[in-house]
Ligand binder design. Sequence first.
Ligand code: SF4
Length: 283
Amino acid sequence: MGSPVTLLDCTIRMTGPEVAVIAGTEDPDERSAELAAVRSGTVGRVHSWELVTGLDGPGTRLTVFLSGCVLRCQYCHNPDTWRLSDGRLTTLDKVMDRIARRAAALKIMHGGVTLSGGEPLIQRPFVTNVLQRCKELGLHTTLDTSGYLGMRAEDELLDAVDLVLLDVKAGLPETYKTVTGRQLAPTLRFGRRLRDRGTPIWIRYVLVPGLTDGEEDVRIVADYAASLGEVVQRVEVLPFHQMGKNKWKALEIPYPLEHTMPPSDELVARVQETFRSRGLLTF
Ligand code: SF4
């Protein structure tokens, strides 16, 4: 039995094949009804929505940010999505109504729907349903994930994913642990599973001076990305920025990167070159 990860008024029990999302309601009837709906994926916790172009996948994306995450990345710019209760309990039908209204426009703009977070795989049944319903609408689907919970993504979920944005946050296990508080191995395993399935991947690497810019870390991630072969369609080196700083402050969480500067152009170019030298299309 794995240890529960407490997210203030919600608990994610890392046990067996299910990630049980236990909400904080006191009423036992409400609680069991909510649990049943969460398990069947007819409700989920949605933090926010965004319509973006040139980010989160090809074309114009309708990005749905789901709440809940088990990592605690030092550079997270969405700490306000960490707890499941940071999102509103929303029905699958409501979410799909909103997506369906934009489906025609998204197709014209060569885009689709991206599920992000937080970590979408925490809400696996809901995510599976949303992805499958998007595919029924003929929409391109993207899953933005750390891969940490990848082993919990069943094939039926991945069958409905056209692209995975896989955040590989460090190459050395010890750096990964420092950055996220968790282990690196599940992410690497998930990437290899995607390769074996032939699921397209965009690898993302957040470049933080003094944290993830070590040559060995970058080299290991580059070698790993290259080892996945042609499923890796591109690598995106994402320069650290301070846009999340105010959220940490508002939440009164000590922010370890408060004084960290964005990487220089030279550093970004050096890291991009490490990926390019493995034949990877890199931005
Ligand atoms: S995985 Fe994403 S949402 Fe979770 S802590 Fe890291 S950056 Fe934040």
